[in-house]
Design a protein around this ligand. Sequence first.
Ligand code: ADP
Ligand code: MG
Length: 714
Amino acid sequence: MPSKPRATEPYEMATPTDNSAGITLATPLDEATAQRISKKQWSGLEALGIATVGDLISHYPRRYEDRREFGVMPTGPSEVAVCLKMEVVDTRVRRLGGKRTIFEAVVDQPDGGSALGGTLVLRWFNLPFMSKVLAVGHELVVYGKTKQSGQRLVMDHPDIEIIDPDDPVAARIHLDRITPVYPLASGINQRRMRTLMFEILEQITDDVLPDLLVPTPDWAKALKIWRARALRQVHFPDTDESLLESRRYLALEEFVALQLNVLQRRAEYEKKGGVARPSEGFLLKDLLNSLPFQLTGAQLRCVDEIRSDLISNRPMNRLLQGDVGSGKTLVALSGMLLAVEAGYQAALMAPTQILAEQHFLGIQRLLEPLDIRVSLRTGSKHEDGFLPLMAGGEPQIIIGTHALIHDKVEFENLGFVVIDEQHKFGVSQRSKLIAQGHVPDVLVMTATPIPRTLTLSIYGDLDVSIIDELPAGRGKIVTGIRGIDKTEKAAAFIRDQLEENRQAYIVYPLIEESEKVKSLAASVEFDKWNKRFEHFECGLIHGRMPPLEKEQVMKDFRDGKLDVLVATTVIEVGVDVPNANVMLIYNAERFGLAQLHQLRGRIGRGEHKSYCVLMVDPKNSEAMEKLRVMEETTDGFKIADADLRMRGPGEVLGTAQSGLPDLKLGDLVTDTDLVKEAREIAAEILRNDPQLKQPNHQTLAARFGGGRAGGQLS
Ligand code: ADP
Ligand code: MG
């Protein structure tokens, strides 16, 4: 990009030294600004959660535009957004029929037109009021991506800002600099937000923005900037470097605040004193001897880690991470047996009824020879009186769904709690179950493997055990992406596998639809598959079937009475039928990678080679690209990492994951070095000031609700 000589130096923000106005972070915004804030603007600010000076300055830009030098107008489609200075030369509204309209503004580079002679057309669909906003002669800052539309180069719904030539001073807040672009709400526009921000930052003195991180010599090097400067620079950076430094400083501060909370919570439950639950491990030995296979080294290591937690009188708070099929259930069961032998009850809570039942059946079968009383509590079973009364006393192992907390299950002596697929539960559900015991040892399990730095941020108060090895003898899973127009071909392939006595899943995961619509879609498709495979037995399973019916279908599939299972995502988690080796997933493009990985984890559980076919709209090449990583790897860590980068942790880890901190600047996925640094800094702060008595530490910890009494996993 050719660089033009700069007309003016950036308008430097004054750093005031006189705070005679007495402005603090708590000062209401209207008392701190000389400009009137209209009612409409207030409502916009309110929607953004901004009422005080402090609220405003922690409303960070969502991006920046480098308006020191504008780009040259592209002559073709642009890969990344460009920032241009343009002049409106023509406008028109075109009607498309009905109420649909396009407003078009033809723009050209100012000062004599673009060197290359072309013009650019800005388009807004169905926003007729744009014709009142833009007029010929307006000078604009335009931000967006160009694309080709017929002979014309267009930009659809660009961000624009009209330059006001009558206000040269204010203009220099908006131009000739790295310009912040803020998240907005209806009522307040970009220029207003920016001038307000600028004015406030010019009002407050540095002493209102003291450093919260008071560096010790060990980590002073991490901070190249101090807080007051970082806050000014993050809004109105002088240079690219100072922007980077300030963002880094503020993100680090945020991560330290988070880690202070996490570490404090951990210190609190460690202090609380748990119960030592020692055992010889006889039951465990019996179980392991009865298995037709050996535990993997990774499983054994995890069992050992759980065992030392049980023996010690420190309460266990442990996360068990392992890819799908890594054998988490057996590790959990081992822990439960150790607790039972020590004289305690153990409970396992699973997110779905199908899964709870499967755990129950499997565990009951394994424990039969050991003479251990296992019971199942799911809402329906309980009501139906299906549950046989246990002869010989209270159950020692109780397996269930949410019914474990809602149905007033009475535990005699609950000492060990396992939560399977924990991301499907909310924090309060977990703590309710935990509260049923007297400081029980807690194991939470997750099949979405996440990078260590993310674990530190979300589960930093837990100890972590990782099963990083799959049992030997698993068949390979081959994954392919196909267009939905290839359904008949896929059916032929499945037929071949069925002839070999294998079983298949056909999944219709219409995520956005209601359970009702989902179930309906699966039913309609079921009829078609039934016809396609008339010589085989097909079953249907979806969320709206009565529980007993669902269970029967699942049982028939497990027992091999059904060859094909047409399903919604009810089978997503945990289902374990090793003979099933084919899975067809429709609408695959509408899923996150982590979820597809979970679904795919239903196959590849036996010795046979398995096949996963992702059926997508063949016209949607972007979707096909996104799914490519599924073809390339079956490593859950790699897939989760790709997914986290694409969709962010909130989406990947699920909405029930209310443990996700609300970070303003820090990025849980990409800021890995900052997370590690913050962990060390927070640990050091707590070593020197364990009660967080210093005001700056209190302020930091309060940012994530710190200071409150923590509990296990609360
Ligand atoms: P996940 O970690 O996905 O919850 P499961 O606990 O359901 O996995 O285990 C998957 C399957 O692997 C089960 O059928 C289980 O019996 C089997 N399995 C577990 N551990 C081993 C092992 N060490 N060797 C062979 N098979 C195992
Ligand atoms: Mg499982």
